[in-house]
Design a binder for this molecule. Structure first.
Ligand SMILES: Nc1ncnc2c1ncn2[C@@H]1O[C@H](COP(=O)(O)OP(=O)(O)O)[C@@H](O)[C@H]1O
Ligand SMILES: [Mg+2]
Length: 327
């Protein structure tokens, strides 16, 4: 056993639940109480230094999980530890070790230039001068904030503000970074910058990252491991490849034939799903090799060109949810 084993499970959840009591109007003067099980018995561990995706449809319980991991919300049941700390019991002590970014709202001071917001963050966390300057310089450089430091936050575009928020969350060198929809509403350029930055922070600092997102490209580009949550429960925890298998996803072989022909038939493991002139599309299981299928087509058809298309992860996940709700 190495020393690193101590860090196995830097973030640890076991049977974590969060139930909200909601009162809603049910006619004149009458109010009905009911409960929402936002998180319904979730367990997972994240080792130090990993960057994990946490995805699921709207209302699945992602933000609630993150709020419990920061200590903002107290779980209704189960056990939760971040860096050995029970978040809701020692929220302030934990705050020094984590950074949080909520895409939907800013933690920056609306009327202040970014630079002043950062100054406040520095005092709040009592960040030593040299370290503060080094961290700020690095963030400014990588997130391209140089021209924005003296602009009041209210005048920043969403993408600029988000980059500003991410920098603010990292000035105190947190060991863990939670990102709740950090790319929501961002333009392509800002998205790319944010992704590149997160990759660097994770690789160079070994910062543990939990990333919630609607944009599956974020996950594909950043995370080897992904957890899928639906109705407050973890329905998948593993690699992206496995996600394709779990969603029974398919790859597509696109072939160009010499001329227009009837749909290709009799190729084991593949079925023709589309024909457009001389071009035909054959779907086959994502886990299967394309080679025997190509060979089988080439043997009997005048093949001119071909390409293989990877499964679309959005389709895979949609299928996964559909399968579950069909149960
Ligand atoms: N403060 C709250 N009071 C009552 N219900 C809540 C509260 N916060 C979240 N919920 C409910 O809990 C469920 C999960 O919400 P949330 O964690 O925000 O989902 P997600 O971030 O995955 O979209 C939803 O049904 C939501 O309406
Ligand atoms: Mg949310």
């Amino acid at each position: 056993m190495g020393v690193g084993d101590r860090d196995e499970g830097f973030i640890e959840l076991d049977g974590v639940e969060k139930v909200f009591d909601v009162r809603r109007k049910a006619g004149f003067l009458r109010r009905e109480r009911h409960q929402v099980r936002a998180v319904d018995g979730i367990g997972f561990t994240v080792p130090r230094g990993e960057m994990v995706g946490y995805i699921g449809p709207n209302g699945a319980g992602k933000s609630t999980t993150i709020k419990m991991l920061t200590g903002i919300l107290v779980p209704s049941g189960g056990r939760l530890r971040v860096a050995g700390i029970d978040p809701s019991r020692e929220r302030t002590r934990l705050a020094r070790r984590i950074g949080v970014v909520f895409g939907q709202r800013t933690t920056l001071w609306w009327d202040l230039p970014l630079r002043d917001s950062y100054g406040l963050v520095r005092r709040m966390y009592r960040i030593p001068d040299a370290r503060y300057r080094a961290n700020l310089e690095r963030c400014v450089d990588l997130l391209d904030l140089g021209a924005l430091l003296d602009v009041p936050v209210r005048q920043l575009s969403l993408g600029q503000r988000m980059r500003g928020d991410i920098a603010a969350a990292l000035l105190h060198d947190p060991e863990v970074l939670y990102l709740d929809e950090p790319t929501i509403g961002l333009d392509v350029v800002s998205k790319a910058k944010v992704r590149e930055f997160l990759r660097e922070v994770n690789a160079e600092r070994g910062t543990t990252v939990l990333l919630t997102t609607h944009d599956l490209t974020d996950i594909e580009q950043l995370c080897k491991r992904v957890m899928v949550i639906d109705h407050g429960r973890l329905v998948y925890d593993g690699g992206l490849d496995g996600l394709h298998a779990a969603g029974e996803s398919e790859r597509t072989l696109v072939v160009d034939l010499e001329r227009e022909l009837p749909p290709i038939e009799g190729v084991a493991g593949a079925r023709t799903v589309k024909v457009e002139g001389p071009r035909q599309w054959l779907a086959f299981a994502a886990g299967q090799s394309a080679a025997p299928i190509v060979a089988a087509v080439a043997e009997r058809y005048p093949l001119v060109d071909l390409s293989v298309r990877e499964p679309d992860i959005e389709a895979v996940i949609a299928k996964m949810y559909a399968q579950r709700s069909g149960m």
